[in-house]
Design a protein around this ligand. Sequence first.
Ligand code: SAM
Length: 296
Amino acid sequence: MSDIIEKIPAFLRELLQKEYGGEAERIFAGYQMRRPVTLRVNTLKADGEEIASALCGMGIMFERWKEDAFILREAQKETLEGSELYLSGKIYLQSLSSMLPPLALRPRAGEQILDMTAAPGGKTTQMFALSGGKALITACEKDGIRFERMKFNLARQGAERVSALHADAEKLDPFLRFDKILLDAPCSGSGTFLADGRGKIGEALLRNCIRTQRRLLKKGISLLKKGGELVYSTCSVLKEENEEAISSVLGSGVRLLPLPEELMRGLPLLKGMENTLTVCPDGLFEGFFVAKLKKE
Ligand code: SAM
């Protein structure tokens, strides 16, 4: 464990130890684990059975996490990326943790939904599929290159009816209103850090992310209809980016909603604020945070 600890930037190590005490060791251990390739079935184009039999045909072993989510312990990402299943948009390579926010939001047919920070579009296409292709989704992205990547992914996944918007979500028209909003906020990535050298986390980046997260969260709440719901998520385990962001808006016309029991089942959770979920990075899951707010 001591060599892993040395590879974690000192500021991050100290912050995690301050925030989690002894539990920080679990996070440090997760930083050293490589995770298998995982995929989501695009239910607009295929079902779990079709994908299971295609994988068998390719000689790829798999386990199922959920009906539409597969774990491929032996497969290489590149093999999948060259497959017909991938190129035709029947599958999307996505980490298991990153499938949680759309499941928490539960998009339904006919709902007006905003994905505030959407590229490359993994969660947008998941939400569209969860609604049976019938939610009215606007996918907003500020970065031009990432926006183009998202448009490509939307087309490949058969989600052309999603409205792609190249814009800064902070500057969206204040008169817009949505039933549901996903804010999968830009973050430090402290949940996906790997001690083998991938992932860069600096203190300045963290501070910058925290400021952006707070502004986006306030803006998101202002764009919700009364009674509307917003899911806030990050791929960070730092409380400053997660629970403290939520605390900063509680009492200003929003309350936390409990997350569904079935969503939490089997996850390697860290202790945290009631009605929020922080996944501890391990050999299967990336570190992730999810909370769901309702506008009163
Ligand atoms: N939800 C995406 C997915 O599942 O594929 C990943 C989103 S990523 C965590 C955050 C995204 O927010 C980045 O693509 C970033 O360029 C974008 N972003 C950052 N600030 C933004 C802003 N003010 N308005 C819109 N997009 C923004």
